[in-house]
Design a protein around this ligand. Structure first.
Ligand SMILES: [Zn+2]
Length: 406
């Protein structure tokens, strides 16, 4: 009764909602009971029973922190029935295999709970304010002092910052893998396969890594290596953007080629990319380029010709990667008319050059700005290099100067 009125209102609903969410992501809960016992502080898991904190003040009032803390800890401790009680990994050896996977599912179950019971949320909250899971929340840890960070693949007893290492980072890694790298359908299928393949057995990390790959047919070696075996962080930026026009007028490269090989320019029969601000004046290509016109007339029907897209703007975007982790490049284009479009290049874009890659982008509309990871979903630790043109931020020195001027 010390837990009331909070406990009687939400504890049992939280237990039931947790079992539904976890069962959807893994397998049906196989036992006839799941009990959440009220405690003054702490949360601790045992098979089918756990105790959980979340105690209101003596007059029955409670803060948001107490309420969300209670719901979160119940989800977490009930969730341990799945990992490691049923999918029975060795938490002394690999803490992340139960705490990390469980914290990841806790995030999903908390988000489900917030949608099922919006009345449990406070007025300012649209979603359940999960403590761990969203990409942004791991940045202070991953971008922090390397002296106090260990790879996830470290024995639990030996790590600094236990909570971030064994709970927060693996949970975030899996959340990013699901949201940004694999997509829900593939990830959920593979994760479910892992849970079912290894329930009532004793999986090791390799069993998890391999099942996620073979069930999804998705090469994830690069992901496990970076996120689980190193302390690298994500930092991808835009180094340079060059604007090109397509023209029938030979560019410098073509002129050099013609001279060195002794091939007359008229024999090249090509269209050329010309960097903006160079001498060649681009005209409407379909009119001025005879080879292109002939090619299109020969190879397309009239109906097809009508549907042909003629991108008018060409950009060459160079991305660099000061951070060690390989990630997909999510890029947002802002057009001159104010609209935006986001495109994702898979992580394989880095496979032949780990430091820098370029991508040619053709567009019908003029692009006035580029931005990497616009929705902050990759845990990029430094976003000052994400935008092109650079978003000018007042330097600390300038800020200081204007302060003393006042
Ligand atoms: Zn736990």
């Amino acid at each position: 009764k010390e837990g009331n009125p909070l406990w009687e209102q939400w504890s049992t609903k939280t237990v039931a909602s947790t079992l539904k969410s976890y069962s959807r992501m893994t397998f049906d809960y196989p036992y006839h009971k799941a009990i959440s016992v009220h405690a003054k502080d702490q949360g601790m898991e045992y098979p089918m029973i756990c105790w959980n904190h979340g105690r209101p003040d003596e007059d029955g009032t409670y803060s948001d922190r107490t309420k969300y803390g209670m719901i979160g800890v119940i989800v977490h401790e009930v969730g341990h029935n799945y990992f490691p009680m049923i999918v029975n990994s060795d938490e002394r050896q690999w803490t992340w295999m139960d705490e990390g996977l469980n914290t990841f599912l806790e995030y999903i179950a908390e988000q489900d709970f917030g949608k099922t019971y919006p009345e449990a949320l406070s007025a300012d909250d649209k979603n359940f304010p999960s403590r761990r899971g969203p990409a942004q929340k791991i940045i202070p840890y991953m971008g922090g002092n390397q002296d106090f960070i260990s790879p996830i693949m470290t024995k639990g007893l030996n790590v600094h910052q236990f909570g971030n290492n064994a709970y927060g980072k693996p949970a975030t890694a899996l959340n990013i893998l699901r949201e940004t790298v694999m997509g829900h359908e593939l990830f959920d299928y593979a994760f479910k396969t892992y849970a079912n393949r290894w329930k009532f057995k004793h999986p090791t990390p390799e069993d998890f890594f391999r099942t996620m790959e073979d069930a999804s047919a998705f090469d994830l070696d690069w992901f496990w290596r970076g996120w689980f075996y190193t302390t690298d962080y994500v930092d991808i930026g835009i180094k340079d953007v060059k604007k090109y026009s397509v023209s029938s007028i030979p560019n410098q490269y073509a002129k050099n080629y013609s001279q060195s090989r002794g091939v007359p320019l008229t024999d090249l029969d090509m269209v050329y990319l010309t960097e903006e601000n160079s001498d060649a004046v681009p005209k409407d290509l379909m009119e001025t380029s005879t080879p292109l016109k002939t090619y299109i007339m020969d190879n397309f029907t009239e109906a097809e010709r009508k549907n042909l897209k003629q991108p008018k703007y060409f950009y060459n975007v160079t991305f660099d990667k000061p951070g060690g982790l390989v990630m997909p490049i999510i890029i947002q284009y802002t057009y001159a008319d104010g609209t935006t479009k986001t495109e994702t290049f898979p992580a394989q874009i880095w496979r032949k050059n780990d430091k820098e890659v370029s991508k040619a982008i053709a567009s019908d509309k003029e692009i006035v700005a580029f931005k990497v990871d616009p929705n902050l979903e990759t845990a990029d630790v430094d976003t000052s290099n994400n935008a092109w043109p650079r978003e000018i931020k007042q330097s600390e020195f300038e800020a200081f100067k204007s302060q003393i001027n006042d």
